[in-house]
Design a protein around this ligand. Sequence first.
Ligand code: IPE
Ligand code: IPE
Ligand code: MG
Length: 256
Amino acid sequence: MVSSEGLPLERLPGHVAIIMDGNGRWAKERDLARVEGHKQGAKRLRDVISWASDAGIKQVSLYAFSTENWKRPKLEVAALMGLIATLLPLEVAKMNEKGARLLTLGDISKFPWLARRALQKAMQATAHNSTIDVILCLNYGGQQEIVEAARHFYASLDQQTDKQKQAAFEQLTPETLYSFMQRDEILPVDLMIRTGGEKRISNFHLWDAAYTEFYFSDTNWPAYSQQDLQAALTDYASRERRFGKTSEQVQGKDHE
Ligand code: IPE
Ligand code: IPE
Ligand code: MG
């Protein structure tokens, strides 16, 4: 089986995470306000859902607002919240057409009511879709997510004796902590793309970063194209993911 983009399906990443960076620089290069960059960026977000769906990708997570982005000027934060509230309702029809189900990751309880309502409505209106999951990461931070998991783990021991609690901590494994991360519906990130030329993770999907494949693109997000995405997918398809094993083991030539 090959995807519509010509790659063998087993060589396609299941979950692609994108750090959509470079909106501000794109605008500055054109003497525009930063918010114009965010508006163009929102258009690319719509396109990438469609390209990823056509390529046969099952999940795409899009970093739209980090826990650190609250530190930006108040007006820029307000503009970003405004874009969610105004643009998201316009995307629902297209998402339904592409079979895209909207999910969120991050604490949206801190968002203004209008943005929250737009997100909730779009999630409800697309809940039945199953071609691709679009996970909007909003007020998301990888460190915060791990700390939250630790809190949930501790809370789960509420009814236990001190001795049982101590035993639970001693036996704690990465798998157990992960099970408290509330990512039941989310596949491990196979490929993380960052646009805009910076080579850092900026607190995105820290847990999965353990074995995610990284791809850095110099294109600023508002100028990101289907060819750019295709280049990342083709590069990913050529990689050998070893997860600590040897190349021979991965290729099944050495079973020791
Ligand atoms: C990414 O673009 C969008 C958000 C963080 C919301 P930036 O706004 O970070 O753009 P640059 O990095 O300043 O160019
Ligand atoms: C990461 O980009 C967050 C998003 C794309 C939403 P930033 O522009 O906030 O990251 P830093 O500050 O350059 O690391
Ligand atoms: Mg940036």
